[in-house]
Design a protein around this ligand. Sequence first.
Ligand code: NAD
Ligand code: G3P
Length: 353
Amino acid sequence: MQRRDMQSESGPEAVAVVGGGAWGTALALTALRAGRRVTLWAREPEVVEAIERRRENPVFLPGVALPESLIASDDLAEVCARAEAALLVVPSQFLRAVAEQVETVLPRGVPAIVCAKGIERETGLLMTQVVEQAMPGRPLAVLSGPTFAAEVAADQPTAVTLATAEKDEETLATQLAAALSTPTFRIYVSHDPVGVEVGGAVKNVIAIACGTAQGVGFGANTRAALITRGLAEIKRLAEALGGARETVSGLAGLGDLTLTCSSEQSRNFSFGLGLGRGQTAEALLAGRPAVVEGVVNAVTVTDLARKLGVELPICEAVRAVVHEGQPIPEAMAALLRRPLTREQVTLDSPIAP
Ligand SMILES: NC(=O)c1ccc[n+]([C@@H]2O[C@H](COP(=O)([O-])OP(=O)(O)OC[C@H]3O[C@@H](n4cnc5c(N)ncnc54)[C@H](O)[C@@H]3O)[C@@H](O)[C@H]2O)c1
Ligand SMILES: O=P(O)(O)OC[C@H](O)CO
């Protein structure tokens, strides 16, 4: 593919960020740094009030100073009225309901960019498929990759993937990438939303497995095995859904998997760590405002894989431990008892520089 000068594309000036959690707040800050006018919708009036009065989101992203130019509101219509692009940044299981509301107030033809990571429980649909139903006919993209909100907010160098749903949406993808990139937030363009989204959903579940392994006292060997075999699970599911294995080797697959599986900053990894140390899932989740997507996605990805006849043994083990009460040693023994098999590693096609 020919390389294009993305800076020359003109994109949206006004951006609505729908979702005032950690990631929505960090993305709002990034869009401001990229020179956009940004409005942020938060569901909780106390979050809106704290941003407007104290210039901070103490509930979801404490300690990060937010500039005066960030306009926050709990009125979705006000936030979306003049937007030229909308970032949808609510947890996966709430995305449909929120997208349906956004559809009623976002001007026609304005693109929606999905920033949630997961699969919908009731339908088994990917997030862009959910939004296609909730906001029919909208130009659509998905943004994903290795991004801890706090590090993005701190302006640390970060790279992500932005994929458009339609192959012929090259202009949309490049415009959005140019509009939201900063000197430290580097957006690569892809045309494989399926590969991008499967990576984002499944890595959360594998991160729970890695945290659990560390929690019970296993070290680097076990983590490397889980990451590598977890990547194989992502590739199998992505391919079964029509995605490309090359995408899974990229930022939204291997990149995000490596990040989330290796750091206690990850909510999913630290949830697993707690499980491995003997805490219950209920106790670990009680009273926390932040989402641990891998908990529900352990069910959604395995339900989907079972329907498609795809084997995801690590995700199944996480589901059994978190949702079915299987003791961790039993789940680990079952994984290790699986028949020995050939390691099927096919080379990806050459990648453009
Ligand atoms: N935090 C990160 O570092 C990060 C990075 C990349 C992607 N993501 C993804 O972004 C999405 C949002 O995560 P986050 O980290 O911003 O959330 P968060 O854990 O910081 O906050 C929880 C969010 O859920 C919202 N919420 C709670 N109940 C709701 C309801 N009934 N309806 C609608 N919204 C409701 C809250 O308003 C809040 O915005 C998730 O899919 C997550 O995987 C997060
Ligand atoms: O904290 P986690 O585990 O939800 O991960 C956050 C982001 O998805 C990392 O890319």
